[in-house]
Design a protein around this ligand. Structure first.
Ligand code: 6GU
Length: 275
């Protein structure tokens, strides 16, 4: 038995060819991941294999018809283990944010089915009817609009697959990831270096060559603070005072970040207090 079954229903199965490559491809080859691609058009019944139609109420673009999706989801359900249902993941810019937390939640489920749409989306009744039969998660990979959900499926499957036990070589590989629960929650990973120790006149930070594991860990954490401060003020706004040691708060103050008791958040000391 594989660790996870994944079904994808799409009008562009060839868009998902990258699932044969690299980490996900290897997980499939090792039998840890069982991926089934389905062409939505195989559940159409007309000569033109139509999957879309004009929107009720008017407006631009086309909407995916419910009948092919209904038949496709019926077939996916019937193809899996008796009595089990998949979690249906519907990629859409209108969905909840696809985060590391959601990736972790989905990685714990034995069976996922993805329903990426093209055009303006799928007739709403498909999602509602599916939700009476299986868990449904509508998820967006970011605040921008893609031409279709297939690339979002690639993003989500890769983020999920690397969390499956035994897919990444090292069981500790996830621990220091940006966004990893625990010490890295709401933190971005800092910079990394490899040999040679000097390259084009640029030296690797000396601390990394010191062999002082404790000091290295502290330095990496401070680098993570600096990166997060520079790139993601929204994450800094979530930090709690209690998550940091006294020494770490000193490092934060060097970055110009101080705990503001009244506001209940870390604030740039340069930043004016709002009236
Ligand atoms: Cl999941 N789908 C599409 N079409 N656009 C998106 C998206 C998904 N996430 C962000 N933009």
């Amino acid at each position: 038995m594989s660790d996870m079954r994944i079904d994808v229903v799409t009008i562009f199965p060839e868009y998902l060819e990258p699932l044969n490559v690299s980490l996900v491809g290897k997980a499939r080859a090792r039998g840890q991941l069982d991926v089934h691609l389905h062409d939505l058009r195989s559940w159409t019944t007309d000569i033109h294999r139509t999957v879309d139609d004009t929107p009720y109420g008017g407006g631009p673009g086309m909407v995916m018809k419910p009948e092919p999706w209904g038949a496709a989801l019926d077939a996916v359900l019937a193809a899996g283990p008796e009595g089990e249902v998949p979690t249906l993941v519907v990629p859409t810019p209108s969905g909840r944010r696809f985060t590391q937390d959601l990736a972790q939640d989905l990685a714990a489920r034995p069976w996922l089915a993805f329903a990426p749409a093209r055009y303006e989306g799928i007739d709403r009744r498909v999602i509602e009817e599916a939700a009476t039969r299986m868990p449904v998660v509508e998820a967006s990979i970011g605040d921008y609009v893609l031409a279709g959900g297939e690339v979002a499926v690639l993003v989500m499957v890769e983020a999920i697959a690397r969390l499956l036990p035994g897919v990444l070589g090292n069981a500790e590989s996830h621990r220091d990831d940006s966004f990893a629960p625990g010490a890295m929650a709401d933190l971005l990973e800092g910079p990394v270096y490899t040999k040679p120790a000097e390259w084009r006149g640029r030296e690797v930070p000396e601390i990394l060559l010191s062999g002082h594991h404790g000091k290295i860990a502290q330095w990496r954490r401070e680098q993570a603070f600096a990166r997060t401060h520079a790139n993601r003020p929204d994450l800094v706004a979530r930090w709690q005072r209690e998550s940091f040691t006294k020494k770490e708060r000193e490092a934060l103050s060097v970055l110009g970040l101080a705990w503001d008791e009244a506001e209940g958040r870390f604030r740039s000391v340069a930043e004016p207090v709002e009236e």
